[in-house]
Design a protein around this ligand. Structure first.
Ligand SMILES: Cc1cc2nc3c(=O)[nH]c(=O)nc-3n(C[C@H](O)[C@H](O)[C@H](O)COP(=O)(O)O)c2cc1C
Length: 169
């Protein structure tokens, strides 16, 4: 529970670079997520460290501003050719993104989910930027860096008993 409790969205980052080993751990976590079909999960990842490309990602839409200060961006892409249960691609990708975010918090990184799918203008922007074929669907972008001064992963109570229903609604 400790890691789950402390994870928050962090949108401002320090200048410190993220170590390659940490990026590898994030990717391992992302691929450890539950998927709709074992060994036929749709997820693929574009790791971006290039500052110019990160700046372009930050200009995708109004919601992608946190990327302007990010050290690394990881773009989650669904490969519809290798995916087995094609109707579940968004659920698969969301599971992967969430697992990655939890590992980011564990590694003391700041991270936030930047929405792409299902907004067509955002998906097209990413597809054009990386020259993606039609079977590769951009799902979201994880914006990453060490938290800036005053920013940190810390507990906020999000438990609401009135959201729970037993046996019937
Ligand atoms: C599906 C989804 C889409 C999101 N899209 C964005 C986004 O585009 N830009 C952003 O800054 N935060 C985005 N977030 C982060 C949420 O704003 C954040 O998770 C929420 O406010 C709860 O705060 P917490 O993550 O600190 O608990 C997104 C989160 C989810 C799950």
């Amino acid at each position: 529970m400790e890691e789950i409790y402390k994870r928050r969205s962090i949108r401002k980052y320090s200048n410190k670079d993220i170590e390659d080993e940490k990026i590898e751990k994030l990717l391992k976590a992302a691929m450890q997520a539950p998927g709709s079909r074992l060994n036929a999960e749709p997820w693929e990842f574009i790791v971006v460290r290039n500052n110019e490309t990160i700046k372009k990602l930050s200009r995708m839409d109004v919601n992608s501003k946190p990327l302007s200060g990010a050290k690394v961006a990881i773009v989650l892409i669904a490969n519809m050719e290798t995916s087995y249960f094609k109707h579940a691609w968004e659920q698969d990708m969301a599971a992967s993104a969430t697992t990655l975010l939890l590992e980011a918090s564990y590694l003391d990184l700041g991270a936030v989910w930047i929405n792409v799918a299902p907004k067509e203008n955002r998906m097209e922007y990413i597809s054009d930027l990386f020259n993606l074929d039609k079977h590769l669907r951009p799902f979201n972008i994880i914006s990453l860096g060490y938290p800036a001064d005053g920013e940190k992963n810390e507990f906020l109570n999000k438990y609401h008993k009135d959201r729970i229903h037993y046996e019937k609604y």
